[in-house]
Ligand binder design. Sequence first.
Ligand SMILES: [Zn+2]
Length: 278
Amino acid sequence: MPHTGYDARGGDIPPERYAVVSCHVERPLDDAVWEAFRRFQAGRPGGFRIAALVRPPDTAAAAGEAGAARAAVWLERARFASEHGPFGLHTHFGGREHGRARPGDPEPADRVRAELATLAGHGLAPRFFCGGNWYLDERVAGVLAAAGLADCTATAFTPRHLPAGAVRLALATPAWLRIAAPGGAGPVPGVPGVPAPPARLLELPTTHSLGMTARAALSPAAPRTLHCYFHDTDLVVPSRARALAVALAVLGRRRRPLDLDELAGVMASTAPEVCFGG
Ligand SMILES: [Zn+2]
């Protein structure tokens, strides 16, 4: 079967070589950062519909009248991002400055459940998730599976800032993760001793940072599915913004640009099933 659409980009590109791009939208309430992200996402660099994985405002910081005004701005910007690409939730389990939970912070699964409920209350329906500082546990995975999201927290690389031994999910290629705690709820309520049936979470690992993407864009050795991520704050550092724009332009010519929704659609029927955590 001919693959229409490939010939225009170069007939030598194997059709199964995909690339997707997601952005951790960390500072949507910072006007300069937001404006840089808004323009970048709307411009579809390299032909990519960039997924916005957006961090909700801290509940504590959103209290009061000023907080309400900021919440309205956040909502308007989240809606814009969701209209220009796949939309996801990026949870910082320890608040704005802390991707991972610290002692005394809410239980991660409870935090995710609460943030999803808040987004739903505003009519926002995230399809994707990425845990702050690459944190995901099986209870969080259960909440995501129950809510029908796909996850992007697994990484194909070892994140630089994680201490040795920190909990993380290492995965190089998309997979269905079989999890034992659907909805994070544990056993079936009211049925002692009967575990809930296993649920599955579609995992679309993040495979390349900005720097790795720049190096991999030209490499035939890069994986079949390349998932590049960057931070919105990268876009206000001119050298990083330029490097990203160039890398995506090259990547978009060398691979088929998909968005996360399209990748999820492809992988839902073809990804293998593995147990959570290997
Ligand atoms: Zn973050």
